[in-house]
Write a protein of this length. Structure first.
Lengths: 425, 155
């Protein structure tokens, strides 16, 4: 038989394959540089930015996903935290977090969730929207801190977009930037000029402008970060003890009558003292790892648990296998969860005991006041961990220490209240 | 005249030798070329590790001095052909992982190559008793964090 055509076909296929490989690998290799397309100032719609930065935008859209996290802690499903930790209802009695304290969803839902939460009321102030929207840029430019004291509901019509590209990116250069004036002022208070920050520092500052502990200044409602004495739980507590600007408490607990503080998601502070933070690993290194699409490298804008992409996040530095790394994180988080639940329960018990001691006739009021101060501190040390988003992973040793102090302080509060009342509760 | 030579069996042998030499020359040349860092870096996926190596304390050594097994030429050629085909597959499809890591086999090869120079440092220690991997601790020695300095460039 004539085998010539077969040989020729084979040869053609071979040459075509070689040519295809050569073209893919050597001629049209994936680009290493992103072409800059400036976006007009004041454009906050991510879809407009997304036309020119499609990979980043496509990954940003994944923030809409509502799913549990791989370890079971955190996640982006709107579920009441008090289901897993019922002491939340006891410890936040008399304030809004006992009414509604749900797990937070992704950045695209920030405005919607602000409008829907039962924590806001017609009395809520404008500062509540500081970290929820890119429209903050125009609002602050126009009104300065004046917006902080406006009724929140009056500002709602201005909140056209949630947290979008403009919150972190300079539209003309795509360089990283921070827009929250409270962060810029707080960093200046620590002697840090964020305008001079390196790119690597900015990869944490953009997150740190919101993922922090804060309070509202009495009278003005201005947002302030309590960092003057430092960012550790004890240092922030010492700052509040000085009653800055006359700020004494967030609310008074109805059972214990203690002047309480509410902690808010101190992710940035917790991370900054942890092993990753100290080693210079930025928020974005783990939460926005470099990924590839068709060989083109891009930063994932799906800001989520690094454990959803262990291969791209952890394994950029760590050589161990994915199951091994996941197991390490789970171990840390399970340990923290155990102590956190314990601390929360003892704090709840302390409120109850102080309430009972107060109703005893001839109770020692000076001692009782000491017990109230102890439960205030105990709850702070529990809440600063419970309100944080990493279940301790951002700084495991510090977090376990903080919870240890909380449990100890709660027991001291119970003991002191018992002594005040002359009985053993 | 030429036809006469071609017709003779000695001629066929001579032509065979010439063709053989040419093939051998091309093979040797391309094997040599494929061992240069420039060749390794011509793949997009190798951009960051190549950049880091250029700044490392081991930049005087070519990629293959650490990444090819420390053995005879035949097994080196076999190894290079096998992993080369694998690399070519992923490079063409652009489906390589975001963070490229050594395989267990590749890790062992690198570690053994460390000892080619550094054996005297560890020979009287517990580490020489076997099983220890140099790069478990010295993993950032050559390729650093594997991150491009300054991240993704925007221009």
């Amino acid at each position: 038989m004539n085998k010539k055509p077969l040989i020729i076909i084979g040869l053609v296929v071979f040459i075509l394959a070689i040519a295809f490989i050569a073209v893919r690998v050597f001629v049209f290799s994936p680009p290493s540089i992103v072409k800059l397309t400036p976006i007009p100032d004041g454009e906050y719609d991510p879809a407009v930015w997304g036309k020119y930065y499609p990979l980043e935008y496509r990954s940003y859209l994944k923030n809409r996903e509502m799913a549990p996290s791989p370890t079971g802690f955190g996640g982006s499903v709107k579920v009441q935290k008090s289901i897993a930790e019922p002491s939340i209802l006891e410890n936040f009695k008399g304030m809004a977090f006992s009414k509604d304290y749900s797990e937070d969803r992704g950045h695209p839902y920030a405005v919607q969730d602000l409008m829907e939460t039962k924590r806001v009321s017609p009395k809520s102030v404008g500062s509540c929207m500081t970290c929820k929207t890119a429209n903050l840029i125009d609002i602050y430019r126009e009104k300065g801190w004046g917006y902080a004291n406006m009724p929140l509901f009056d500002l709602f019509p201005l909140l056209k977009h949630p947290i979008t590209c403009a919150n972190c990116h300079e539209p003309s250069t795509m360089a990283l930037r921070v827009i929250n004036p409270a962060f810029i002022e707080a960093m200046a208070g620590r002697g840090i000029d964020v305008k001079k920050a390196s790119r690597e520092e900015m990869r944490s500052y953009v997150c740190g402008q919101c993922h922090v502990e804060y309070y509202f200044q009495p009278e003005t409602s201005k947002v302030i970060f309590p960092w003057q004495k430092g960012v550790k739980p004890g240092e922030m507590y010492a700052y509040y003890a000085g009653q800055p600007f006359g700020f004494a408490q967030d609310w008074i607990h109805p059972d214990s009558q203690a002047k309480m503080l509410k902690a808010q998601h101190p992710d940035f502070e917790t991370w900054s003292g942890g092993v990753h933070g100290k080693a210079g690993v930025s928020c974005a290194d783990c939460h926005m790892p470099f990924m590839r699409n068709n060989g083109r490298k891009y930063s994932s804008h799906w800001v989520t648990s690094p454990l959803k992409n262990i291969g791209s996040s952890c394994r950029t530095c760590h050589d161990q296998s994915e199951p091994w790394l996941l197991e390490r994180v789970k171990t840390t988080q399970n340990n923290v969860w155990h102590l956190q639940k314990t601390a929360g329960q003892w704090v709840a018990r302390a409120h109850e005991v102080i309430g009972k001691a107060a109703s005893v006739p001839k109770t020692n009021l000076a001692e009782l006041e000491k017990a109230r101060e102890l439960v205030r501190k105990a709850q702070w040390f529990w809440d600063i961990v419970a309100a944080e988003n990493s279940m301790g992973f951002h700084n495991p040793d510090q977090v376990l220490n903080t919870l240890g102090q909380s449990i100890d302080l709660a027991h001291q509060a119970i003991e002191t209240a018992s002594r005040a009342a002359g009985t053993n509760f | 005249m030429i036809r006469k030579i071609l017709k003779g069996s000695a001629g066929v042998t001579a032509i065979g030798i010439v063709i053989g030499l040419v093939i051998a020359g091309i093979s040797a040349g391309s094997y040599h070329l494929a061992g240069t860092p420039q060749f390794c870096a011509s793949c997009h996926s190798m951009e960051t590790v190549h950049g880091a190596w250029l700044q490392s304390e081991h930049k005087q050594f070519a990629c293959i001095e650490c990444h090819l097994p420390d053995s005879n030429l035949a097994s080196q050629v076999t190894y290079k052909a096998a992993v080369g085909m694998r690399d070519l597959y992923y490079e063409t499809l652009r489906s390589y992982p975001d963070a490229i890591k050594l395989t267990d086999g590749g890790r062992k090869i690198v570690s053994e190559n460390c000892l080619r120079c550094h054996f005297s440092t560890v020979e009287k220690t517990n580490m020489a008793s076997g099983g220890a991997s140099c790069i478990q601790c010295h993993r950032k020695l050559v390729h650093g964090q594997g991150l491009a300095k300054g991240g993704i460039r925007v221009e």
